[in-house]
Ligand binder design. Structure first.
Ligand code: ATP
Length: 522
């Protein structure tokens, strides 16, 4: 079924406001004034993230013979992070503004040359990263002020790279605009959170919270091999929390200090690694498409050699076109034999595979698709957002409360296997004649589908609410149901089609419509 979308670019503010209004995501510790860039998932948000994780787990573990699951600890031996290179190398450069006390990653700061009317260069202005490279009003104002301070007339701004391309002393503060000389030289900053195990806070008891789930898989390589009879090519998948003391968290749940990852380490014979890397890039890209992501908003970007992490032989990112520009959604890295060799060296244990048939022993290479659950949920959410102008609503106005049809219709067009609620059960009113039947209908559906029962407010407003949270189907129980035909109406979010179905046939009819909308599970 093709559905016309009305918005190409989603306004982030709309998503954040809808989120708060409907209960997707709340600022964390809100009653205490919040802690920056930390979020709590509300009832709908948790349902959305859960279905994203379940869809991933199904595709990666349940529907394959070659991948098994694992759930390793967040606190691991500090030796793990020494071996992996995180203790020494997991650092970002960071500059501080002495005036506004802002703290930035210089590689996130865009720099523009201020050019005078006569084409002469008048200095630099800067702004915290906007991946689209858009020259905002604020940056133009800074350019004008810069020209004015030199007694010159402002001409234009030219993009000139990021702050790492220049000495910090030449860059004005991207936050408060303070003159060059306000920023400190970059300092290296370890992104791992430290804590202590036991009552004594000394270096012997110091541990880190894991910054990625992957290492928990590598250190269990031998356990999995000896207990499962897996042989390369095979994978181990894990979903769990990771922690990074990010210097510049932001963009809602895109970059936070506490987040969930879905990572899979796929162990292959050396020499087969490039083939499997290509395979996983394709596979992961297609996974997003299979769950309804707009193909024009997703792309694969191979890393330049200079961008590669210390462990990586090759990496391709799957990027999504977020409202602020293309951003990494998932990284698919060829980690070669780096991790297993490092852990073998540091632990003194052999981490190899012995091929009984070929009588050969080798250290497998690893292909790693690594996706953030929060970032994926955000991408599905932004991608689903649609607004229909009031006049184009057609059947939407049926049964709506007076006045409701003047507003634009906001619809989240979630894939039915991702939607936080799949079917809403809506009695026409709270009339006591309707309630028992509506409750029975709900009971018959909730075992098979994710459902919600709602009998508050007018039916029109309830349709609006279900559209706004992305529920594919609404089932309405009216007086005809109980007095005449023992049938209910199914209303389809996308086609707006309404069909009358006998209650006895309802679960099958709901499943058929969800399948028609792309579900592979209903
Ligand atoms: P970035 O360049 O955005 O910092 P990264 O390359 O460091 O990301 P990886 O280490 O490859 O990220 O982590 C794999 C995935 O985990 C990312 O693609 C992203 O989806 C997710 N992720 C990483 N850091 C964060 C974060 N701070 N908040 C939310 N998700 C994150």
């Amino acid at each position: 079924m093709t559905v016309r979308r009305h918005l190409t670019q989603v306004d982030m503010a709309k998503i954040v406001s809808l989120s708060k209004r409907r209960g997707f995501v709340f600022p964390s510790s809100e009653i205490y004034g919040g802690v920056g860039s930390t979020w709590d998932y509300g009832p709908l948000g948790v349902a959305l993230k859960r279905s994203v994780k379940e869809a991933w787990w199904r595709a990666m573990v349940l529907e394959r013979d070659d991948i098994v699951g694992l759930d390793s600890a967040i606190i691991q031996s500090p030796q793990v992070w020494v071996a992996s290179g995180h203790a020494a190398g997991f650092v970002d450069p960071l500059v501080d503004c002495k005036v506004c006390r802002g703290r930035f990653r210089p590689d996130h700061v865009k720099v523009y040359k201020v050019v005078g009317r006569g084409g002469e260069e008048l200095g630099l202005v800067s702004a915290v990263g906007n991946a689209l490279g858009e020259v905002t009003k604020e940056i133009v104002e800074r350019g004008k002020a810069q020209a004015k301070s030199r007694g010159k007339e402002f001409g234009s701004l030219q993009e000139a790279g990021v702050a790492t391309d220049y000495p910090a002393a030449l860059i004005p503060c991207p936050n408060c605009g303070a003159a060059p000389g306000s920023l400190t030289e970059p300092r290296m900053f370890n992104l791992m959170f430290k804590t202590f195990v036991g009552p004594v806070e000394d270096t012997a008891s110091q541990v880190w919270l894991r910054p990625e789930t992957a290492q928990g898989i590598f250190i269990n390589f031998d356990n999995v091999l000896t207990t499962t009879r897996m042989k390369p090519p095979f994978g181990v998948a894990q979903i769990g929390k990771s922690f990074r003391n990010e210097i510049t968290p932001g963009n809602f749940i895109f970059r936070t200090r506490e987040f969930e990852q879905m990572e899979m380490e796929y162990f292959v014979k050396p020499g087969d690694d490039e083939k499997w890397h290509d395979y996983w890039v394709r596979e992961r890209h297609d996974w997003f498409l299979s769950l309804g992501i707009n193909k024009d908003k997703i792309r694969v970007r191979p890393h330049e050699k200079s961008e590669l992490a210390h462990y990586s032989k090759a990496t391709s990112d799957i990027e999504y076109l977020f409202p602020w520009g293309w951003g990494e959604l998932e990284g698919i890295a060829n980690r070669a034999d780096f991790d297993l060799k490092q852990h073998a060296k540091h632990s003194g244990k052999k981490l190899e595979y012995f091929d009984q048939e070929m009588k050969e022993r080798y250290v497998p290479y690893v292909i790693e698709p690594a996706l953030g659950a929060d970032r994926a949920a955000l991408a599905f959410w932004l991608d689903a957002y649609d607004e229909e102008p009031a006049r184009a609503m057609g059947a939407a106005s049926e049964g709506q409360a007076p006045g409701a049809s003047d507003e634009a219709r906001v619809v989240l067009r979630f894939h039915p296997d991702i939607a936080p609620v799949q079917v809403a059960v809506l009695p026409l009113s709270r009339n006591e004649k309707l309630t028992p039947t509506a409750r029975e209908v709900h009971a018959s559906l909730r075992k098979r589908f994710v459902t919600q029962y709602d009998d508050a407010q007018s039916i029109g407003r309830r349709y609006r609410r279900q559209d706004e949270i992305g529920t594919p189907l609404c089932v309405t129980i009216d007086f005809d149901t109980v007095e005449n035909d023992n049938a209910v109406t199914i209303r389809n979010r996308d086609s707006m089609r309404q069909v009358r179905v006998p209650i006895a046939e309802l679960p099958a009819a709901v499943a058929a419509q969800l399948r028609e909308m792309g579900s592979t599970r209903a």
